[in-house]
Design a protein around this ligand. Sequence first.
Ligand code: NAD
Ligand code: ZN
Length: 342
Amino acid sequence: MRALRKESPTAGFVLRDVPVPEILDNEVLIRVRRAGVCGTDVHIHEWDAWAQGRCRPPFTVGHEFAGDVESVGALVTDVKVGDRVTAEGHIVCGHCHLCRTGNAHVCPNTRIIGVDRDGAFADYIAMPATNVWQLDPDVTFEIGGIHDPMGNAFHTALHGTNLPGATVLVTGCGPIGIFAVGIAKAAGASHVVASDVNPKRLALARAMGAHSTVHPKDAAAAVQKATGGLGVDVVLEMSGVPAAVHQAFELVRLGGRVQMLGIPAKPMDVDFATEVIFKGITVYGVVGRRMYDTWIQMTQFLRSEQFDPTPVITHRFPLEQHAEAIAVIKSGDAGKVVFEIA
Ligand code: NAD
Ligand code: ZN
């Protein structure tokens, strides 16, 4: 089969012919149809400091995908050949303190497909049956293939927030931030301000229903106008850029909530006294998707027809054009980029 591989500890990927994976008794073999390309794949491609510290080549890249089940292991009872599925890409241990208390998204024994073991940019992938998520019949493989980043956005927007009627600021309109705009709208937010430095990304945020789309220098004025000077009830921080993190703390109202998904590239200073404590705010760190609360919410929002993620997808490539896919993400202008594998 074809597989896009990180073969050596240097920049780049290579498309190679490799054997179809063998499955264990508790695993299923999935024929990959669509696979989303993520910023993490770009880090691995570039072989930056994070990738050097985390990844051990050789392995197959890719963690966002959907496809149909080709075969199932002897112990698998709830997944059948032919099922249309996607999967949670974080493989957790299932027996630690966190897994046993409903917090598997922060299981310290997590192994991630396409990072710690062979991933989805290939004709087939082996997955534990427990990670498989069934797609509704009218959910396309393309939408199935972006459940992972869309799930990041659902987790950020919905966990512990109270969005009906709320005012919301989304800082950073990369693919995940743009999903979050649409989710906040569908969840009943009364006003969504989206900020980004990139006009193309603001246009995508507008397409997903943002009420105001602004450059960060104009965000304070937009929030002032939308909230009568109070500040927003909820900030979804989706950039990881220190200036945006400070702006999140500045523009949330007293007693409000900041949901932090974006990952700062290096340590940053926070004035906890003025930015967090005396504002009485709650800060929530987002890791992946909650298992499986987030997946259930995502499936139900897709059924509701109030939420359509399709406008977020801007580019589609065959696996052979992996260099083009990486380049268009690096340009910063794309929404979601998807490989059409089969
Ligand atoms: P992305 O890099 O495509 O999007 C970030 C956006 O922020 C860009 O559009 C950029 O122009 C914008 N930006 C830059 N400066 C800004 C500012 N001052 N104010 C507002 N916006 C600004 O990333 P993505 O793929 O959408 O992911 C978003 C973030 O989430 C990244 O930091 C990524 O590493 C992180 N992430 C976290 C998790 C998690 O589990 N916590 C999972 C996936 C991704
Ligand atoms: Zn665990």
